[in-house]
Ligand binder design. Structure first.
Ligand SMILES: Cc1cc2nc3c(=O)[nH]c(=O)nc-3n(C[C@H](O)[C@H](O)[C@H](O)COP(=O)(O)OP(=O)(O)OC[C@H]3O[C@@H](n4cnc5c(N)ncnc54)[C@H](O)[C@@H]3O)c2cc1C
Length: 413
């Protein structure tokens, strides 16, 4: 008899798991997927391009309903799983009753954080997470007016860029003294900020939001220093938090996310977690690649292989106003670190490498990211880079040559 496998969350990682498990073990499970969004999983990463009009909804599509049917996957959309009964092995779904399971996979992703300030619930204040948010942004852009984006992380920059591309006057406000402070150092952030300003985006740093002002709907963002920035659209992109409430209510161990071990099992037998909702060895990943690695590993295990997940090196790649940016590893420097930088501000290029001991600990590249893969490999493999240290910043050609023993010099007779 087939086992009943139920997946909560039809996001990018949930879908990847279903693809992998139906491919690797097509006869083993009766699969049911429950997703709160009204449409089947789509490429969320492309939402920034969708706002900017650089991708279409078609580009964002992953699998249509026919694919689920063809693979005998029961897909329930527009429905929220509301309770897990781990003793009875049942999942309660709003308006759909109860679904029994033998194994349950939680892939509930993240929820955008809303700021605890007055006015957050006014119409015209939105977050940036799903297709519905993009529709709201595009509608607001069509209606004219100004936008304020709160948050200078990856999502805030992308929202601001997308709105600017639509012709909306945008101000980006950010609490820290530079954008993307977790991925970039000062030098890199200044270049990114310059590229945003060149697009006409106004950037206000060190700015704390005190309130969203407005009667019927958002009219302005008020900062703690008293400044008032007019805005008919306010996009709040201040971060996400793992969607753990379902797991928590069911008594699963939760800290920064749903706690999973190296086989992605939660603290309750037969219940697993993957993607942005989980904390693995204390790390919650906010990017899709680690989630894909987890999805694949869990599918392999469910197909009978002995696979384990050991973690993923986080890298950030994005284009800000057309400028490529790459950041990998632990960019905060510690005493004793050897920091190598190379900058050409007028050409819009910047590179910073952090060597810790004999290893490359971090790399930041702006403007020229051709060698990103090389640095990623060095960090991920913890390779000894001491022999190539002086040439490292120039990329693999020079660095690898330096790593070779010097060719013997011909002796003059
Ligand atoms: C605009 C934007 C740009 C991004 N750009 C990048 C990028 O360039 N690179 C990158 O690596 N990552 C990027 N990300 C992050 C990336 O999208 C996420 O890492 C990825 O989507 C995580 O996948 P997931 O399946 O774990 O979670 P999600 O994609 O969040 O999917 C979870 C799904 O579960 C559903 N759900 C939650 N609770 C329940 C419930 N109780 N019942 C039923 N369904 C439920 C949610 O509605 C959601 O559909 C971006 C994200 C956004 C929003």
């Amino acid at each position: 008899m087939r086992e009943r496998l139920v997946v909560v969350g039809n996001g990018m990682v949930g879908l990847r798991f279903v693809e992998e498990v139906t491919r690797r073990a097509p006869e083993r499970f009766d699969v049911t997927v429950v997703g709160a969004e009204p449409v089947p999983a789509y490429n969320r990463v492309l939402l920034s391009a969708l706002v900017a009009g650089e991708a279409s909804e078609d580009d964002c599509r992953l699998r249509d309903r026919r694919w689920y049917l063809a693979n005998r996957v029961r897909l329930i959309t527009g429905a929220r799983a509301s309770a897990i009964d781990s003793a009875e092995r049942e999942l309660r779904i709003d308006n759909h009753g109860v679904v029994p399971f033998d194994r349950l996979v939680l892939a509930t992703g993240s929820e955008p954080i809303r700021l605890p300030v007055p006015g957050m619930d006014l119409p015209g204040v939105i977050t940036f997470r799903d297709l519905a948010d993009v529709s709201r942004m595009r509608a607001a852009a069509g209606a004219g007016g100004r936008a304020v984006v709160i948050g200078g992380g990856l999502l805030g920059l992308e929202a601001a860029y997308g709105l600017a591309r639509l012709g909306v006057p945008v101000t980006l406000v950010h609490l820290a003294s530079r954008v993307m402070e977790r991925q970039l150092d000062d030098g890199a952030a200044r270049l990114v900020e310059a590229a945003m300003r060149a697009r006409g985006i106004e950037i206000v740093l060190g700015a704390q939001t005190a309130a969203i002002d407005g009667e019927e709907r958002a009219e302005a963002v008020r900062l703690a220093d008293g400044r008032v920035l007019p805005a008919s659209l306010v996009v709040v992109a201040v971060g996400v938090r793992p969607a753990t409430s379902l797991a928590q209510a069911a008594g699963l161990a939760v800290d920064r996310g749903i706690v999973v071990d190296d086989v992605l099992a939660t603290s309750v037998r037969g219940i697993y977690g993957i993607g942005e909702c989980v904390a693995h060895r204390g790390t919650v990943y906010g990017l899709v690649e680690p989630g894909y690695a987890q999805a694949e590993m869990l599918a392999r295990r469910m197909a009978g292989e002995d696979a384990r997940y050991g973690g993923t090196l986080l890298t950030t790649r994005l284009k800000v106003s057309g400028v490529p940016v790459f950041s990998a590893g632990d960019v905060a420097t510690a005493a004793g670190d050897d920091v190598i930088t190379m900058s050409d501000y007028s050409a819009g290029r910047y590179a910073r490498l952090v060597v810790r001991g004999q290893k490359l600990a971090a790399a930041i590249l702006v403007g020229e990211t051709r060698h990103a893969g090389f640095y990623h490999e060095l960090i991920a493999s913890s390779a000894d880079v001491s022999a190539m240290r002086d040439e490292l910043v120039f990329g693999p050609g020079d660095a690898l040559a330096a790593d070779q023993p010097a060719a013997p010099v011909a002796q003059a007779a």
